[in-house]
Write a protein that binds this ligand. Structure first.
Ligand code: NAX
Length: 326
């Protein structure tokens, strides 16, 4: 048996956390031979709920679960962690603008970036999920000067999976037959779900769907799926979000499948003409915890405009939090 690894989950008393911790303990994220110690963080008021979650984890009797610790301090929760899943954030309240949310949540990611810098394992991998995820990832990374930028990423895998599901439904194929689909940009309504390079089996997706379906049905469905789930369920996506977190981390740590890639928000290095210094969703291939942005894809003019629009939103978000970026 391998030695256990330490996985921190923030916001673990919340609804995404509730689905996520059971899936990690079952081995879905890091493999069926990798024991884990869960280090769960939430705010002090949520500690009683967190204790209930820990009781249920115990009752589930997972063979791979080597320990659970509960915390209301980031320094304690991140101590020696190999993986940190930053899910906890404040939801948008009544009358709050996106900018207010950005400011409020930014403070959380300054503190958590500093805590990771101080106490996490030096080879930690950090996934930011709490919204606005891309800009929060930038804030956390810039406040962790002793860790490398490639150790941080933000989640656009739920958007990727939503796009997969829409295309599978439209073509009547299983999701396992679809490869090379890409989410570009921000985890927000400006994201661009790109089918130009996607394949369904050995055929180009663009041969199987019409341009009209892409524009009028597919793209809005992916962009607005989060809102549709809230409308139906009265709560935002949780089970599908947890599944996306597990898939993102699995592929990052254990590798993307051959002939495919994953959509991951990573620090832009200028690829595809996107400004450096923002966490932007690109097609990425991963091996053993290292990602590489897929190079050389042909981007037509219409797509380029979409890449640029979502880039602009991220640049605007960055300027709102510029004072928090050392
Ligand atoms: P919940 O409100 O159910 O849970 C959030 C939890 O975070 C609560 O238990 C809260 O007490 C805790 N929290 C707040 N401040 C904290 C802090 N400083 N330290 C530790 N914990 C703290 O929200 P939930 O539905 O679980 O969503 C969590 C976050 O994920 C939200 O920001 C949400 O917008 C974001 N999402 C992002 C997604 C993505 O694709 N990037 C998809 C799923 C999700 O909507």
């Amino acid at each position: 048996m391998k030695a256990p690894v330490r996985v921190a989950v923030t916001g673990a008393a919340g609804q995404v956390g509730y689905s996520l911790v059971f899936s990690i303990a079952a081995g879905d994220m890091l493999g069926g031979d990798q024991p884990v110690i869960l280090q769960l963080l939430d705010i002090p008021d949520a500690l009683p709920v967190l204790e209930g979650v820990a009781m249920e984890l115990e009752d589930a009797a997972f063979p791979l679960l080597a320990g659970v610790t509960l915390h209301d301090s980031a320094e304690a929760a991140f101590d020696s962690v190999h993986y940190a899943l930053l899910v906890g954030a404040k939801p948008r309240g009544p009358g709050m603008e996106r900018g207010d949310l950005l400011e409020d949540n930014a403070a959380i990611f300054v503190a958590q970036g500093q805590a990771l810098d101080a106490v996490a394992d030096r080879d930690v991998r950090v996934l930011v999920v709490g919204n606005p995820a891309n800009t929060n990832a930038l804030i956390a990374q810039r406040n962790a000067p002793h860790l490398a930028a490639h150790q941080f990423s933000a989640m656009t895998r739920l958007d990727h999976n939503r796009a997969l599901a829409q295309l599978a439904r439209q073509t009547g194929e299983g999701v396992a037959r679809i490869r090379r689909l890409t989410i570009w940009g921000n985890h927000s309504a400006t994201l661009y779900a790109d089918l130009d390079h996607a394949q369904v089996g050995d055929r180009a997706a663009t041969e199987l769907v019409t341009a009209d379906w892409r524009r009028a049905t597919f793209e809005p469905a992916v962009q607005q799926r989060g809102g549709a789930v809230i409308k139906a369920r009265g709560k935002s996506s949780a089970g599908s979000a947890a599944r996306a977190i597990v898939s993102h981390m699995h592929d990052w740590v254990l590798g993307t499948p051959p002939e495919d890639w994953a959509s991951m928000s990573v620090l832009s290095d200028g690829s595809y003409g996107i400004a450096e210094g923002i966490y932007y969703s690109f097609p990425c291939r991963c091996t053993a915890g290292r990602h590489e942005i897929v190079q050389g894809l042909e981007i037509n003019e219409a797509s380029l405009k979409r890449l640029k629009a979502t880039e602009q939103e991220l640049l605007d978000e960055r300027s709102v939090v510029a004072h928090l970026l050392p």
